[in-house]
Design a protein around this ligand. Structure first.
Ligand SMILES: Cc1ncc(C[n+]2csc(CCOP(=O)(O)OP(=O)(O)O)c2C)c(N)n1
Ligand SMILES: [Mg+2]
Length: 578
């Protein structure tokens, strides 16, 4: 086994990834990974970004994969380096994002013998990897090179098909790790297939539409015209939101779409369902006959409780093309393994000209308008910038070509509660597979590297500190990103929970105030820093950040107690108005 063998094998592997549609690789530094990293970054068709910290690098790759819809390759060295990929691998599994996790390892004879930086990397990510394979080294015979091409295809297609997710290949790499001579142009066996085709193609990865299923669903819709559409996070198909909106409008049924569904748009959209459904009487008076569920279950607890509380008279049908089984209450009677966009487009064509349940949609749109008015009154009466106000401002001001990345905790909830419905909303992405607050900065920079327009991140202070090292991407990769930091000096979300009554122990160990001066973080990592306290300066700072060619931290100070009081005032005003 020579370095030439290693590099011939890995060059074919990298070439095959490109043929399968991979365009991005995120590397992290190390020695054992040298042949793997050099083979990937020397393929000029792959864009390579470098990340000091594997945890950030993996979340960056996750953001790239989410925004682009393509599998992204990660490559790192052995030991705890590989273990630092774990949070992003878990999120990718839960959120069903295709990743190719390529880790370097020592050959078997050096394992469990005290060799440096060597840990057990076999199945390191457990059940979070869709597929694990141990790639041992072998001379670059024609058979071996062909097998590596087949392996690369299998890794890519496995990451993409069915329930998408991460695959993990662990490469044994033997010294010498550097090739002292030029790599010959010829490949043993003659190279890949003609015309740049992958060695193995695997068509038909999306489930086909079964006409019988469509007939059944059309029949149910006819029998049960008082239907609602509930749409949660569905990031893989950017055209789904518009299709849902036109279907709901044609059918005359309310569309309860979380902004991450892309479906908070059109005249049937009910933007303020979270506030409305906080009043149990509102939901009780509007029991639907049919619920069509699309994407993940939305975050809103009142919506979840309402869905879970509907009795068996209501038929709940959940589209589940990715085998996600998003139904913790066991309320869905049918899980459809079909592409929801193709189904609603086909269903819309069969609908009568006039909605079958006249007045049903208006039972929702009237209160939604009243809720919007009540919210605007409460927020408008306060001159200062609040967390809800920021979410509402972003919902109105972000251009359609922008992408908003939303952190877990209150940001995702405020965007769900306060984003208005719009004809063409910006794309909204969030790490909601495991609801972690980790890796959010890096994910947003990954999105910024792939999104066609400007990218904004809405994030809390604890989440920012958790991934503060992710800010390095601003300087090292020169990526523009507008970070809107809601700094309430701790975890504001916990003030909504009973634990908030637990005094000093709550404050120190749950809320975790830290007193960080974020201007220093901006200075350390080379971001512009703007501190704003009122709506007009916020809008101006946002416009500047959207136009800038560097990353900006827009810093808003808020107060956790006041934030709870404001949310309660909003909910009360909505209840009174409806
Ligand atoms: C990795 C991880 N650790 C802990 C948690 C639990 N958690 C949920 S929200 C939160 C606080 C977030 O605070 P911040 O980002 O400031 O947002 P805020 O609650 O103030 O809106 C924590 C620690 C989590 N979701 N993920
Ligand atoms: Mg906070």
């Amino acid at each position: 086994m020579t370095a030439l063998d290693t590099y011939l094998n890995l060059r074919a592997f990298a070439d095959e990834l490109v043929r399968c549609g991979v365009r991005e690789v995120c590397t992290s530094p190390g020695s054992r990974s040298t042949p793997l990293v050099l083979s990937l970054v020397r393929d000029a068709r792959l864009r390579a970004t470098s990340h000091l910290d594997e945890r950030s690098g993996a979340f960056f790759g996750l953001g790239l994969a989410k925004a682009s819809g393509r599998p992204v390759a990660l490559a790192c060295t052995s030991g705890t380096a590989a273990a630092n990929y774990a949070p992003a691998v878990i999120e990718a599994y839960e959120a069903r994002v295709p990743l190719l996790v390529l880790t370097a390892d020592r050959p078997p004879e050096l394992r469990e013998l005290g060799a440096g930086q060597t840990i057990d990397q076999i199945k390191l990510y457990g059940s979070a990897a869709k597929w694990f394979f141990q790639v041992d080294d072998h001379p670059a015979t024609p058979e071996r090179v062909r097998w590596l091409r087949q392996l690369a295809c299998r890794a890519c297609w496995t990451a993409l098909e069915g329930r998408p997710g991460p695959v993990h290949l662990n490469f044994s790499l033997r010294e010498p790790l550097v090739l002292g001579e030029p790599l010959p142009a010829d490949e043993p066996g003659g190279g890949g297939r003609a015309g740049g085709r992958p060695w193995v193609t695997r068509p038909g990865r999306t489930p086909a539409l079964d006409p019988a299923v469509l007939d059944d669903l059309a029949g149910e819709l006819e029998r049960r015209p008082r239907a609602v559409v509930v749409a949660g996070r569905a990031e893989r198909d950017p055209r789904l939101g518009a299709a849902l909106a036109s279907f709901a409008e044609r059918a005359g049924v309310p569309l309860l779409g979380e902004p991450t569904s892309g479906a908070r748009r059109g005249p049937a959209a009910i933007a303020h369902y979270d506030a409305l459904l906080r009043d149990p009487a509102f939901g009780a008076a509007r029991r639907p006959e049919l619920v069509l569920r699309i994407g993940d279950l939305p975050t809103s607890k009142p919506l979840r409780q309402w869905l879970h509380g509907l009795d068996e008279e209501t038929l709940q049908v959940a589209f589940d093309p990715e085998n996600a089984w998003q139904d913790p209450a066991g309320a869905a009677a049918t899980l459809l393994p079909a592409d929801p966009r193709r189904v609603v487009e086909a269903l819309a064509e069969r609908l009568p000209r006039k909605p079958r349940a006249p007045g049903w949609l208006e039972e929702w749109t009237g209160p939604d308008r009243a809720a919007a008015g009540a919210i605007a009154d409460v927020l408008g009466a306060r001159p200062e910038l609040s967390e809800p106000r920021i979410a509402a401002e972003l919902g109105v001001r972000l251009p359609p070509e922008a992408t908003l990345v939303v952190a877990s905790s209150m940001p995702i909830r405020d965007v769900e509660t306060f984003f208005p419905a719009r004809p063409a909303p910006p794309r909204v992405l969030a790490n909601r597979g495991a609801n972690g607050i980790d890796g959010t900065i890096s994910t947003a920079f990954g999105v910024a590297a792939a999104a066609p327009g400007p990218v904004v991140l809405l994030i809390g202070d604890v989440a920012l500190l958790h991934d503060v090292g992710g800010l390095l991407a601003a300087r090292r990769l020169g990526l523009p990103l507008a970070i809107v930091l809601l700094d309430n000096d701790g975890g504001g979300i916990f003030h909504f929970l009973p634990v908030a009554g637990e005094g000093a122990a709550f404050e120190e160990h749950v809320a975790t105030p830290h007193g960080t001066d974020f201007a220093h973080a901006a200075a350390l990592y080379g971001l512009a820093h703007e501190r704003v306290a009122a709506p007009e300066p916020f809008r101006a700072a946002l416009d500047r950040a959207l136009a800038a060619d560097r990353a900006t931290l827009i810093h808003v100070r808020t107060d956790r107690e006041e934030n709870v009081a404001l949310h309660r005032a909003v909910w009360e005003a909505v209840r009174a108005a409806v």
